[in-house]
Write a protein that binds this ligand. Sequence first.
Ligand SMILES: C[S@@+](CC[C@H](N)C(=O)[O-])C[C@H]1O[C@@H](n2cnc3c(N)ncnc32)[C@H](O)[C@@H]1O
Length: 196
Amino acid sequence: MDRGIQDIQFVIKDYLKKTISVGDIVVDATAGLGRDTLFLAQCVGAEGKVYAFDIQEQAIEATRELLRRFNMMSNVNLLHESHSNIPNRVPNGVKAVMFNLGYLPGSTSKIITTPETTIKALEGALDVLASNGIITIVVYRGHEGGLRESLALIDFLSNIPKKDFCVLQGNYLNQGETSPYWIMIQKTRRIANESP
Ligand SMILES: C[S@@+](CC[C@H](N)C(=O)[O-])C[C@H]1O[C@@H](n2cnc3c(N)ncnc32)[C@H](O)[C@@H]1O
C-alpha cells in the first residue's frame, strides 16, 4: 500500500525519479536490505551504474539476493566497505547519492552510521557529484547515537558554501522531536568541461 508522506522517502524518491536518467552513475551509500539499491538500479537501467556500499556482510548479501530476484545485478557494483571510500571507488560525474542512516532494519542497532564516517562520506560525495546532481539523506534520531549524528550533520551541512551547493531539509511538524527527517543537497556549481 502507498503510505504517501508517512513514508519518509516519499518526496525524495519522487524527486530522484525526475532527476536520474537512464545511463547515469549513482551511489547507494548505505545498501542495508537493498531496497534503495534496487530503486536506483531501476532508475539508471542496464546502461547505467550503481555503486552500493555497506560495512555489514549481511546487508551486502541481502542486497545481492534482492537484486538477483529482480534480475538487476548486472549494473550494480556491491562494495563491502565503508562509504567513506566513495572518492576511491566512484568516478566523478555522479548524478545521485542516497544515504539512509542508522542501523540495518531487523538487525542489531549496535552497528550504526556514525558522524565521523558519514561526514567523510559526504565530503567525498560532494566532490564526485555532477553539476545539478543530488545527495539525499534520511536521518533517524530515535536510536542511541542518532541524535549525535543528526546534530553533527546539521552543523556540517549548514556550513557548506552556498555558492556551490543548495541544502534543503524536510521535517514532520507533528510527529515528535525524534521523528526522522530528510535532507537534499544539490550541487549548483558548474564544473569545467562538463556537458550541461
Ligand atoms: C538504515 S540502513 C539502510 C537501509 C537501506 N538503504 C535499505 O534500502 O534497506 C543503514 C545501513 O548503513 C550501514 N552502514 C553503517 N555504517 C556504514 C558505513 N560506514 N559505510 C557503509 N554503510 C554503513 C549499516 O550496516 C546499515 O545496513
